[in-house]
Design a protein around this ligand. Structure first.
Ligand SMILES: Nc1nc2c(ncn2[C@@H]2O[C@H](COP(=O)(O)OP(=O)(O)OP(=O)(O)O)[C@@H](O)[C@H]2O)c(=O)[nH]1
Ligand SMILES: [Mg+2]
Length: 328
């Protein structure tokens, strides 16, 4: 079966690229492509590049390139950008019997792990892209095929593999006025959440995506936890409590000037406003105002989420492999 895919994103651009791959790719080019200059050879030459036209009427001026001849012939068509030109060529390819595929399904089969490609395209940080590139080059695939595979080490790296595209879900909670929003803003680097001296400022859950040492994290700022008769605030508190239950990590912020008891089930506690009252021994002191302790807080968040980090080039169970390993 001969397949085709649009390799460039939808929208308007100077050029768009389609790939056609399969047994009919070259016969199709011979049937429909009108080369400028000398005729095409009966069989494709690897890396041959030709200018010509494709499509009904005058057609579009395109460049056809042979990017692979084995195991399947793959031809790239570089046409003018813009949705209608792309659509015209898609209709032509379908009329010629090609089936539309995803771009990674027609990717050049050069022995690498092409299942990684859609994840690589969605990687939110450079660090995650680099881990995925290692897997694309076969780190995970080779590891599981080798007789001496270290399953325990792979299992330790499943949390990393599960969050190469999907960010970690970190929820920031605490009593009203503790400084939750101020801490989230300090991490985000801009005033994402409203901060005021009024207790009960934040109502809705406020989300921001950040990279912490290359680890993708979605931070959620929440309403301060307290009993309240204000229905709007109460709904905020209800949401905050529900979010705690689904979080990968709950960061509990204490108001250092008025520390309340910490509820059960909290992994990471920070003592905020350490610029006013120093944290007692054993507690992480932070000041959202001066920035003191924020770097340490970030390090602790990453160390809690990903206690084991992969070495360069190491196998990491990406995508569905992690879930399979956890079940095994
Ligand atoms: N001195 C000092 N003041 C802070 C610090 N962090 C926050 N504040 C102040 O404390 C007040 C409350 O800060 P917010 O960040 O709005 O607190 P919150 O926990 O989000 O409060 P709610 O949204 O009402 O639950 C504001 O006046 C802040 O400027 C800090 O580290 N040091
Ligand atoms: Mg707030």
């Amino acid at each position: 079966m001969t397949r085709y895919a649009v390799l460039t994103p939808p929208g308007t651009g100077a050029i768009a690229v389609l790939a056609v791959s399969g047994p009919d790719a070259w016969p199709l080019v011979l049937r429909r492509f009108r080369p400028a200059g000398k005729p095409l050879p009966q069989s494709p030459t690897l890396h041959a590049v030709r200018l010509g036209t494709l499509g009904g009427g005058a057609g579009d001026e395109v460049v056809v390139a042979v990017t692979q001849v084995a195991p399947a012939v793959t031809v790239e068509v570089h046409c003018h950008g813009g949705p209608q030109v792309v659509r015209m060529l898609c209709e032509l390819l379908e009329a010629e019997g090609c089936r539309r595929a995803e771009w990674w399904e027609v990717a050049r089969d050069d022995g690498f792990d092409v299942a990684v490609l859609p994840l690589l395209a969605a990687a939110p940080t450079v660090r995650n892209a680099s881990i995925l590139l290692d897997q694309y080059h076969g780190a995970f695939r080779n590891a599981v095929r080798s007789p001496g595979v270290n399953v325990e080490r792979l299992r330790q790296l499943t949390p990393v593999g599960a969050h190469l595209v999907t960010p970690w879900n970190v929820v920031v909670v605490g009593v009203p006025n503790a400084g939750k929003s101020s801490i989230v803003n300090a991490i985000a680097g801009y005033q994402r959440s409203v901060v005021t001296p009024i207790a009960g400022t934040t109502r809705d859950a406020v989300r921001v995506e950040v990279a912490i040492d290359g680890v993708a994290v979605r931070l959620t700022d929440t309403a301060g936890l307290r009993d309240t008769s204000d229905p709007l605030e109460a709904e905020g508190v209800r949401r905050a409590t529900a979010l705690m239950a689904t979080a990968d990590l709950v960061v509990y912020v204490l108001d250092g000037t008025d520390p309340a008891p910490v509820p059960d089930g909290v992994t990471l506690v920070v003592w905020n406003k350490a610029d006013l009252v120093a944290a007692p021994p054993g507690l992480l002191g932070v000041s959202a105002t001066t920035g003191q302790g924020v770097r340490e807080l970030l390090s602790r968040i990453v160390a809690t989420l990903e206690p084991v980090q992969p070495l360069p080039g190491e196998a990491v169970p990406y995508g569905e492999h992690g879930a399979a390993l956890r079940q095994a």
